[in-house]
Design a protein around this ligand. Structure first.
Ligand code: 6PG
Length: 471
């Protein structure tokens, strides 16, 4: 036999695909890649020189080079491209081979593909991969979903390449069916919330407290050394300190204030609405990106609705201390919302997702990794059936200790006319979740008045309708 048989195949040799393959090769696996772009195949060969790595342009040769049963991962843009790759590969595959979709696919597509591939006798795993290019190269967090049997076949390789938290690999089966892509979608929803919260805190410091980017970066650096330690806080300082080569100015001040999105945050909110699970911090983080996109309208509106931004109503040192506690609290509340959604989705879709496992594999490698995830892991270890993270005794004590700071920050932002939708939604979620009584009694009365929708009573069982107008 002329060629070695490769242990694993990858379709899609973009930066992420190549980085994952090189990571596998570093761990002793012989790997093959397929792409239609010769430039990407060449890049794989040059980056993988001296390693057991080979790139292909032809699907037939690629599949023939992989040890049977073939395990092939696809890392291509979500949607149509995944279906195209599946259709182009399946004629070359045999019963028992299996595919892994490592992209940010919509979970309902994953369910459909699993059904189609199972009917062909092929295995399928939908797997969220987080950590960007550097994570893929040096240790991502991975969230596979599917059957235990299929997962066992890729376990050695994914455990080898995953990020490690105190020696434990940040990869584990997170449930059946499309659970892997669902968990990754919610990971991204939380990612949107965390990024929005950090940007609101930055805005308050920049516009409200008139701090320079360098000063703000110093503050984030200090925070990153303690309870707020996390990847997104850490990279914030790099972005804030970066000097533009062309102008010598802070690059962040030159970047257009229109945030883009590829859809995972929106899917999180959409499905939360379908499941009836409130995740307001994530919802408004998506809406804030949409608001940022209305740049032209905002410029016009600022002339008519005269922006009334005034300075933040608190002293700088006290304000910065409040912002730290507020950010920490709102981050915990965002994780709580995402995990509450996962709990509900697991019930609704029968995933069997273990939230302790999810918290464990988010502790390193992924974009939302942070020190708090170890506290969150401990909460689910102590009580796997926790109704909501916020009622874990340790987290509840932390929140109660810091909630006044979050409240002051929201009041200050509103007074200064600085939009802080995610911070406000977080305190409102807390206040709503712990309210024994909410004003929904009035809504029920209104619904019954105009539509005879009926209501239930606190004092007697049953369903009631009142002829309100006659009262
Ligand atoms: C990750 C990220 C990644 C995602 C980007 C961009 O976990 O590595 O979540 O998968 O694609 O963050 O997302 P948006 O373009 O929607 O901001």
């Amino acid at each position: 036999m002329a060629e070695i048989q490769y242990d694993f195949g990858m379709v899609g040799l973009g930066t992420m695909g190549r980085a994952l393959l090189l990571n596998m090769a570093d761990h002793g696996f012989a790997v093959a890649g397929l792409d239609t772009d010769l430039g990407k195949v060449d890049a794989l060969h040059s980056e993988g020189a001296g390693k057991p790595v080979k790139g292909f342009l032809d699907a037939d040769e690629f599949v023939a080079s992989i040890r049977k049963p073939c395990a092939i991962m696809m890392l291509v843009p979500a949607g149509g491209p995944v279906d195209s790759v599946i259709h182009s590969l399946t004629p070359h595959l045999e019963e028992g081979d299996f595919l892994i979709d490592g992209g940010n696919s919509y979970f309902k597509d994953t369910d459909r593909r699993a059904k189609e591939l199972t009917a062909l006798g092929l295995g399928f795993i939908g797997m969220g991969v987080s950590g960007g290019e550097s994570g893929a190269r040096h240790g991502p967090s991975m969230m596979p979903g599917g059957t235990v049997e299929n997962y066992e076949r890729i376990r050695p390789i994914v455990e080898a390449i995953a990020a490690k938290y105190e020696g434990e690999p940040c990869v584990a089966l997170v449930g059946s069916g499309s659970a892997g892509h669902y968990v990754k979608t919610v990971h991204n929803g939380i990612e949107y919330a965390v990024m929005q919260l950090i940007s609101e805190v930055y805005d308050i410091m920049r516009r409200g407290l008139d701090m320079t980017n360098a000063e703000i970066a110093d503050v984030f650096d200090q925070w990153n050394a303690a309870e707020l330690q996390g990847f997104l806080v850490q990279i914030t300082t790099t972005v804030l300190r970066f000097q533009d080569e062309r102008t010598g100015k802070d690059l962040v001040d030159l970047i257009s204030d229109k945030a883009k999105q590829k859809g995972t945050g929106k899917w999180t909110s959409q499905d939360a609405m379908d499941l009836g699970t409130p995740i307001p911090t994530i919802d408004v983080a998506v809406a804030a990106r949409e608001m940022s996109g209305l740049k032209d309208e905002r410029v016009e509106a600022s002339k008519i609705l005269h922006n009334t931004t005034t300075s933040y109503p608190y002293q700088k040192a006290a304000a910065v201390a409040d912002l730290r506690a507020a950010l920490h609290t709102a981050l915990l509340i965002s994780y709580a919302q995402g995990l509450a959604l996962l709990k509900e989705a697991s019930k609704e879709y029968g995933y069997g997702t273990n939230l302790e496992t999810v918290a464990k594999i988010w502790r390193a490698g992924c974009i939302i990794r942070s020190r708090s995830l170890e506290t969150i892991r401990a909460a689910y270890t102590a009580n796997p059936d926790l109704a909501n993270l916020l009622v874990d005794p340790t987290i509840a004590a932390d929140i109660l200790h810091n909630e006044d700071a979050l409240r002051r920050v929201v009041i200050g932002a509103i007074q200064a006319s600085i939009p802080a939708p995610s911070l406000s939604a977080s305190i409102a979620y807390l206040d709503g979740y712990r309210s024994e009584r909410l004003p929904a009694n009035l809504i029920q009365g209104q619904r019954d008045l105009f539509g005879a929708h009926t209501y239930e009573r606190l004092d007697i069982e049953g369903s009631f309708h009142t002829h309100w107008e006659k009262l």
